[in-house]
Design a protein. Sequence first.
Length: 217
Amino acid sequence: MAKSTAPLLSFSAEGQIAETMVYATWRGIPYVRRYVKPSNPKTLEQQKTRTTFALMREMWKLAPNVLREPWDAFATGRPFLGLNKFIGENIRTMRGDPDMANFIGSPGARGGLPPTNVGVAATAIAGELQFNFTNPAAPTGWAITEAVAVAFIDQDPAGFFTGQITGGTDALTPFDTVLLTDLQSGVLHRTAAWLKWSKPDGQAAYSVGVTGSGTPL
């Protein structure tokens, strides 16, 4: 049953009423919804969603700050977390896929142009991938502050996430090279790269991610 801190409809309430309505609060925002009897669906499509959800949640736990930043920025001021957006968007693009070619590294937040091109290549040293950025001209009042890249071993998005997520940045003009090291040699990695900007008002902005791949020596 619902518990109220004052008469119902006066201040706030939490819980369900006679299996008809549910009162709750999400990030400080009170809401009410229709009561839905809990179920445990096990269709193939629902299982795909569940397994991909679990993998994405594990990825978020392992994600370096450079990967979390654009998602948290996107969620600022909205009634959800960066984690929720990260999971939801990647379930939408990868659910049912055999690999992670459609991974989204950055959803884009507060504007900001993406790189014109990002080349990913192995270096002569084992376990390294180098990202070479071609960047657009900055709009008036805008400035690039970092080129950002992440990489992880390609795998089935319906499985258990294995390995690590490696991230790096180039915070020096012309923001065109990111080198990731200590990757697993001889294994295909999925990559994502984007630009971090400073807006005219001083806020940080993030471009959408450019997805690619590379195999370190």
